[in-house]
Ligand binder design. Structure first.
Ligand SMILES: Cc1cc2nc3c(=O)[nH]c(=O)nc-3n(C[C@H](O)[C@H](O)[C@H](O)COP(=O)(O)OP(=O)(O)OC[C@H]3O[C@@H](n4cnc5c(N)ncnc54)[C@H](O)[C@@H]3O)c2cc1C
Length: 302
C-alpha cells in the first residue's frame, strides 16, 4: 500500500520528539523493557484465555557478540516461561541472530536455540522480514524442521511468490505457518500493493494451507479477513488443533475477546526489550501507514 503523505510527515517529525512522548505512543504495543514485563503481560493474557509469543526486541545486529547476547536472552526467556508456567512460545527474527552477516552462523545459533526450546518443550516461530531475506529465511526453516518439530515460519500474503512457497513447503513435509499480510513496503514487481489484492491473497493462501493440512497461525486484525477465516474453518471442517488466531499486543482487543469467547485459540505477540525505541522508529519508517493507527489509538480503543 502506498504511504500516506501525512503519515510520512509525522514519521519525519518523530525523532524530534522527546523519548518519553514516543514511549506514550509505543507502550500500548510493547510489554516493557525487561523480561519480567513480558512475563507479566503473558500472565495477564493467559488469565483471559490467550496464549502468547514473546519477541525479544532487536534486529539487524552487526557482530557475533550481539548474536550471543540475543541468544542468551532468548534462552533466559525460555527458562522464565517454564518457571512461571506460562502458556507461551517465542518469536525470533533471524537478522537478530546474524542473518545479514553470517548465514551459516545464524543457522547454528538457531540450532542452539531450538535445542533449548526442545528441552523446554516449547515452540519457536521464525518471523519473516523484508523480501531480501525471504528465500534464505525459508531455507533455514527447511533445514531446522528436518531436525526439530517445534519450529514454524511466516508467509506474507503481499508477496506474489507466497502461493508457490506454500505449495513447496507443504509438498516437502509437515508445515507450521503464521500467515500475515506483511509489514514491509515492497516494490510492485514482487508484491501486491492494492489492499484488496493483499486481502484476497491472504484468504486464498489460508485455504491452501488449511486444505493441505498445515498448522496455521491466522495473524490479522482485519475484521473482513477474520470473518472469511471463520467461514473457511467452518466450511472445511478444520479441527481446533490445526489453527489459531494471532494478534499483536494492544491491537483490536474487542475482536480478540470476541474470538476467544467464540471458542477459538488466540495467541498474542508480546514484544519487549531495551531496544523498544529503535524498534518503534524502524517499524514506522518501514511502513509509515502504521502512524495512522498510532494517531487513532490516542483517541479510540478498538
Ligand atoms: C501475531 C502477528 C505476527 C506478525 N508477524 C509478522 C512477521 O513476521 N512479518 C511481517 O512482515 N509482518 C508480521 N505481522 C504484521 C502483519 O504483516 C501486518 O502488517 C499487521 O498485522 C497489520 O495487518 P492486518 O492484517 O492486521 O490488517 P490492517 O488492515 O493493517 O489492520 C486491520 C485493522 O486492525 C487494526 N490495526 C492493525 N494494526 C494496528 C495497530 N498497529 N494499531 C492499532 N490498530 C491496528 C486497525 O483497526 C485496522 O483497521 C504480524 C502480525 C501479527 C498480528
Amino acid at each position: 500500500m502506498p504511504a500516506n503523505p501525512l503519515h510520512k510527515l509525522m514519521i519525519g517529525a518523530m525523532p524530534l520528539m522527546p523519548r518519553a512522548l514516543t514511549w506514550r505512543f509505543s507502550r500500548r504495543y510493547i510489554a516493557g523493557t525487561h523480561l519480567d514485563d513480558a512475563y507479566r503481560a503473558v500472565r495477564e493474557l493467559n488469565e483471559v484465555g490467550c496464549t502468547g509469543t514473546i519477541d525479544v526486541l532487536g534486529e539487524d545486529i552487526t557482530n557475533q557478540d550481539q548474536v550471543n547476547t540475543a541468544l542468551q536472552l532468548y534462552r533466559e526467556t525460555l527458562d522464565g516461561i517454564q518457571d512461571n508456567a506460562l502458556q507461551c512460545g517465542i518469536s525470533v527474527k533471524l537478522s537478530e541472530l546474524g542473518l545479514r552477516f553470517d548465514v551459516d552462523g545464524c543457522e547454528s545459533a538457531m540450532r542452539a536455540l531450538m535445542s533449548s526450546a526442545r528441552q523446554h518443550e516449547n515452540f519457536v516461530r521464525i518471523d519473516m522480514e523484508d523480501s531480501s531475506v525471504t528465500s534464505v529465511t525459508l531455507d533455514i526453516y527447511r533445514e531446522l524442521r528436518r531436525d526439530f518439530d517445534q519450529v514454524g515460519a511466516v508467509i506474507q500474503s503481499c508477496l506474489h511468490r507466497s502461493a508457490q512457497d506454500v505449495a513447496d513447503l507443504m509438498a516437502e513435509g509437515p508445515t507450521d505457518i503464521r500467515l500475515c499480510k506483511g509489514i514491509y513496503i515492497e516494490p510492485e514487481d514482487i508484491a501486491f500493493t492494492d489492499a484488496d489484492d493483499i486481502r484476497d491473497s491472504f484468504s486464498e493462501l489460508l485455504d491452501q494451507l488449511l486444505e493441505g493440512g498445515a498448522r496455521v497461525g491466522i495473524a490479522t486484525h482485519d475484521p473482513v479477513l477474520v470473518e472469511r477465516a471463520e467461514a473457511s474453518i467452518k466450511r472445511l471442517g478444520i479441527e481446533k488443533d490445526q489453527y489459531e488466531f494471532q494478534m499483536l499486543l494492544g491491537v483490536t482487543e474487542r475482536l480478540r475477546k470476541r474470538l476467544v469467547a467464540d471458542g477459538h485459540s488466540l495467541r498474542v505477540y508480546v514484544p519487549f526489550g531495551e531496544l523498544w525505541y529503535q524498534y518503534s522508529m524502524r517499524r514506522l519508517r518501514e511502513n509509515p501507514n502504521i502512524a495512522g493507527h498510532i494517531i487513532k489509538n490516542l483517541f479510540v480503543r478498538n
